[in-house]
Design a protein around this ligand. Structure first.
Ligand SMILES: [Fe+2]
Length: 457
């Protein structure tokens, strides 16, 4: 077993690609690609080759599939399309096309072995670094402000988070280093919720250079007054729902949610177990008592919705979540991040796999939004009440399969990123989506509610 240091996000502020000159932009892109590849290497060298090709859960691909898939997408988009160069391995395009093969079927494919996969991604990367030096980063939308390179960095980071979820599902001794997150600050004196006054705000973006198509364009949205929890819902709060019989009372669940709760026999968050009245959880190979002050994680949309109903609240809409996270009432503008315009620093958000768990509720005061809510970015993905739908004026770019084919009522939107999400793949406008039954992702939630008239006077 080869234990590796966990990647540590850069302590320096990551520059906004929009602010850089062309040569500085090239340097920035190369740095982001290297930092991302280091994380992929950490995740795939932490286990031996047998475990790399093994399927740890039918919900996930073998880790070696993710690795070669990352290289395949990099080859298709950057080597072939942006660079106009000849294909490296056109014979494996189909094997690593996520739309051709369900995750459960991938272990039975004639995949590249660990050594071959590593050689392949290195060969592709060498070609990409060469063409990064020569490609004009303007004049064609795909390369404007290095968009395609940014898209590939985000894609690899997203697979790194997926691989981290595979590590969580894997059985066996711990192989990843476990650095504790910071403690909560003044958590006891924090209000349970904050009020966000009604009014318009600008949602989405038309200017963020590496924003993906579903985040575009910027558009004005009117949101009525709402209250939103200051922090994500904690394990301690969720335990009260369990202890009061929340999993056994259909009145808290939607019809679809109750059906799923019955079918899947849900009784607690995934990876929890109860022994002699004590709740334990398994976290990356370690079994430990459930930490009461941490945000709950590994709950599906239906569980989040049932809790919110039980608590007399509801899940926030995606519009409410983004307004709480971005709207600055002093300037009337929408910020890139809750704390402002600069990219995330370690003291602002639990991102980038620096820690293998969410920080206690109330941590990261430096990352608070203007409304006072904390931990909107990082820690846990947050389920919203909203279906994944296009914004007005949406245009698929650069391909329909990135977002457009997923729009509709089948997927719910998640916001804010988790401890396993890299800063390059997370911002105030970033939208994630998944099935409402999904539990292996690093997802929790916070609640919202519509205030009564007497509260507003
Ligand atoms: Fe992918």
């Amino acid at each position: 077993m080869n234990r590796r240091e966990m990647p540590v996000a850069s302590e320096t502020v990551r520059p906004d690609p929009a602010d850089l000159g062309i040569e500085a932009l090239r340097t920035h892109v190369a740095g982001e690609m290297q930092r991302t590849r280091d994380r992929s290497i950490t995740l795939t060298s932490a286990v031996d080759d047998d475990e790399l090709v093994e399927q740890h859960s039918p919900l996930m691909s073998p880790l070696v599939w993710d690795l070669a898939h990352v290289g395949s997408q990099e080859e298709i988009w950057l080597v072939r399309d942006v660079g106009g160069r000849s294909a490296v391995r056109p014979d494996i395009d189909d094997l690593y096309d996520a739309f051709q093969h369900a995750r459960a079927d991938r272990p039975s494919l004639p995949l590249l072995g660990p050594t071959e996969a590593r050689q392949y991604v290195t060969t592709v990367r060498d070609k990409v670094l060469d063409l990064l030096e020569r490609t004009p980063l303007e004049g064609r939308r795909l390369v404007e402000r290095a968009f395609a390179f940014g898209m590939i960095v985000q894609h690899e980071q997203q697979h790194d988070e997926t691989m981290l979820a595979t590590h969580q599902l894997r059985r066996g001794a711990p192989v990843l280093d476990d650095v504790p997150p910071p403690a909560a600050m003044e958590a006891d004196s924090l209000p349970a919720e904050v009020l966000v006054p009604g009014g318009p705000f600008v949602m989405g973006t038309s200017t963020e250079p590496w924003a993906l198509d579903n985040e575009r364009p910027a558009h004005e949205v009117h949101v009525a007054d709402f209250c939103i929890d200051t922090t994500p819902v904690t394990n301690g709060q969720f335990l009260r729902f369990i202890d009061s019989g929340g999993y056994d009372q259909p009145r808290w669940w939607s019809e679809q949610g109750w059906q799923y709760r019955q079918h899947a026999q849900l009784h607690a968050p995934l990876f929890w177990s109860n022994e002699d009245g004590t709740w334990w959880r398994r976290r990356f190979g370690r079994v430990e008592p459930v930490a009461l002050d941490e945000p709950v994680v590994h709950v599906c949309f239906h569980e989040a919705q049932a809790y919110a109903n039980w608590a007399g609240k509801r899940l926030p809409t995606e519009q409410e979540w983004e307004k709480a996270a971005r709207f600055d009432p002093h300037s009337g503008r929408s910020l890139r991040y809750p704390w402002g315009q600069e990219d995330p620093r370690p003291e602002q958000a639990n991102l980038g796999q620096r820690h293998l768990r969410p920080a206690p509720a109330g941590a990261y005061p430096a990352g608070a939004a203007p409304c006072g809510a904390r931990q909107l970015l990082g820690d846990v993905w947050e389920w919203t009440a909203s279906d994944f739908l296009p914004y007005p004026g949406f245009a698929a770019f650069p391909y329909r399969e990135y977002s457009e084919v997923f729009f509709g009522t089948g997927h719910k939107v998640l916001r804010g990123g988790s401890f396993g999400t890299d800063a390059a793949a997370c911002r105030g406008t970033f939208r994630n989506w998944d099935y409402p039954i999904r539990r292996q992702i690093f997802a929790g939630f916070r609640c919202a509610r519509t205030p009564g008239r007497d509260e507003l006077s």
